[in-house]
Design a protein around this ligand. Structure first.
Ligand code: B12
Length: 216
């Protein structure tokens, strides 16, 4: 039953059927499916198929936009549920997060922000296409212990390095731990630019943030 709803939800994202995605997300919640399962087994597989179809030339930009919108609207229903289910507030800290300059991909960054917030972190979400100077200013102003940099394009990954260099140049690099993520990012890249950590998804990002808080 739940499996069937999740499969339909995946298809609604692939087909870009926003109304169905919203209805099926509600149905899954009513059926008692955990919000994280709705995301990981319903929405994300759909976005992955959309990404593959875009790469193979079967889908075009409007398909990406509409699928992204279906996922985002479903996420808006799930975010309060995720926050409600927060279990521990033991290792909280302050996190500044955003998608780097030149990059408007929002969904993954927002998911990480929601999960951090659900786990007791105080999150300052700067949004997307965030200029490097804004990251710098907000890190200094807020006194955050962590900063999360999201990049979904191979062309904007390098901006993560720019932000780290800007923190360095301003003499505040040792005050804040830098987490990087996004589809093209991996541990090797994180190491090469001197980031403190990399996580491949929102759950791993929470574990990483907790570990880094323990170190700072
Ligand atoms: C939806 C989407 C869009 C939507 C975004 C809508 C929105 N509001 O966010 C729109 C249509 C706007 C879009 C635009 C473009 N896109 Co696009 N898009 C995607 C798509 C299909 C899904 C991305 C997504 O939301 N995934 C779901 C989320 C949950 O996953 P995620 O983002 O990876 O995030 C997870 C992890 O990466 C990690 N994470 C993410 N951020 C962070 C941060 C930290 C600190 C940590 C620790 C972890 C972490 O945790 C997240 C949660 O689990 C991907 C394909 C794909 N499969 O990735 C292409 C993709 C990223 N896009 C691509 C491209 C090329 C573009 C465009 C350039 C297209 C164009 N020709 O105009 C533009 C770029 C515009 C710009 N300047 O940014 C390419 C990138 C290729 C590359 N390697 O550079 C991809 C890979 C598609 C492809 N296969 O070609 N896109």
């Amino acid at each position: 039953m739940s499996q069937e709803i999740l499969e339909k939800l995946t298809n609604s994202v692939i087909e870009g059927d926003v109304d169905a995605a919203i209805a099926l997300t509600k149905e899954a919640l009513h059926a008692g499916v955990e919000p994280m399962a709705i995301i990981n087994q319903g929405l994300v597989p759909g976005m992955n198929v959309v990404g593959e179809k875009f790469t193979s030339g079967e889908y075009f930009l409007p398909n990406l936009v509409i699928a992204g919108s279906a996922m985002q609207q479903a996420m808006q229903l799930l975010e309060p549920e995720l926050k409600e289910r927060q279990q521990e507030r033991t290792s909280s800290g302050k996190v500044v997060i955003g998608t780097v300059h030149g990059d408007i991909h929002e969904i993954g960054k927002s998911l990480v922000a929601t999960m951090l917030s659900a786990n007791g972190f105080e999150v300052l979400d700067l949004g997307v296409d965030v200029p490097t100077e804004v990251f710098l200013t907000k890190v200094i102003e807020s006194g955050a212990q962590l900063v999360g940099l999201s990049a979904l394009l191979t062309t904007t990954m390098t901006v993560q390095r720019d932000v780290i260099e800007a923190l360095d140049d301003a003499g505040v690099r040792d005050r804040v731990k830098v987490l990087v993520g996004g589809a093209p990012v991996n541990q090797e890249w994180a190491d090469s630019i001197g980031a403190d950590g990399y996580a491949e998804d929102a759950m791993a990002a929470v574990a990483l943030a907790k570990r880094l808080m323990g170190e700072s």
